[in-house]
Ligand binder design. Structure first.
Ligand code: DGL
Length: 266
């Protein structure tokens, strides 16, 4: 497939969470044209089998290949642990950026020696996450906390209701009780809850997410291949396997207003 500098960069997530990563990419690389798929019809990935997620990753990757995307970003920790190795094997010529919970920077940042990880069940149960802990967290205590239900509420555009406040509080409390001074946001939906989280944790606690690092890695890969865009980006385009109207309504809250939301596949 011929790809040129002004071909778009493709980004996907199980839903709207990857918009937190899209924001970082568009800040760092404003010349790039961006395509985004939110696989909202199959959310939450966090409670699905790795095989199901791998199939979704391939379906979405094929869609982006047809659109001539020059690079692919998995703006989803859960999709990365399940599917990135398979995608890299299938498309060895394609720059692919995945993401994983920021264990290494958190282990370097903690003073108390106790780090908390908020992530999906799928991410926390994966062999890839276990390997990450073995590699970077040998000298710190890591408390993991799956957060079922949070993603579903964020998908409705709820970032502040009493219901989400109570749910988030119930997930954060055990981390605080265990003495965590550093909390990893290991799911791309959670950065949208930072303000709410800040209201319930001491100011001294460090929150770490991976969106900006993903944008830098994308920049590195494009630059190595001489694929950075020269300018004149097209407006971002969006597809969802869920309800396009719902996605269109949430976009101004998490990104900016866009009418370019279409249906994606099945
Ligand atoms: N946003 C995704 C992540 O980073 C997962 C959300 C889901 O469970 O679908 O892990």
């Amino acid at each position: 497939m011929a790809r040129d500098n002004d071909a778009p960069v493709a980004v996907f997530d199980s839903g709207v969470g990857g918009l937190s990563v899209l924001g970082e990419i568009s800040r760092l690389l404003p010349n790039e044209s961006l395509l985004y798929v939110g696989d909202c019809g199959h959310i939450p990935y966090g409670e699905k089998t790795p095989e199901f997620i791998r199939q979704r990753c391939v379906a979405i990757a094929e869609f982006f290949r047809d659109k001539g995307a020059k690079a692919l970003v998995l703006a989803c920790n859960t999709a990365t642990v399940a599917g990135v190795a398979d995608l890299r094997e299938r498309y060895p010529d394609w720059p692919i950026v995945g993401m994983e919970p920021a264990v290494k920077p958190a282990a370097a940042a903690t003073q108390s020696g106790v780090v908390g990880v908020l992530a999906t069940t799928g991410t926390l149960q994966s062999a890839k996450f276990a390997a990450l802990l073995d590699r970077f967290a040998a000298d710190v205590q890591v408390i993991t906390q799956p957060c079922p239900g949070l993603v579903e509420l964020i998908e409705t555009g709820d970032l502040v209701s009493p219901e989400i406040r109570q749910l988030l509080h119930s997930y954060v409390q055990p981390l605080l009780a265990a003495g965590c001074d550093t909390i990893i946001l290991g799911c791309t939906h959670y950065p949208f809850l930072k303000s709410l989280l800040r209201e319930m944790i001491p100011a001294s606690i460090t929150l770490i997410d991976t969106g900006a690092a993903v944008a830098r890695q994308l920049q590195r890969l494009l630059s190595q291949r001489d694929l950075l865009a020269s300018g004149h980006p097209q407006p971002a385009q969006f597809w969802t396997s869920g309800d396009p109207n719902n996605f269109r309504n949430i976009l101004p809250l998490l990104w900016k207003k866009s009418d370019s939301v279409r249906s994606f596949g099945s």
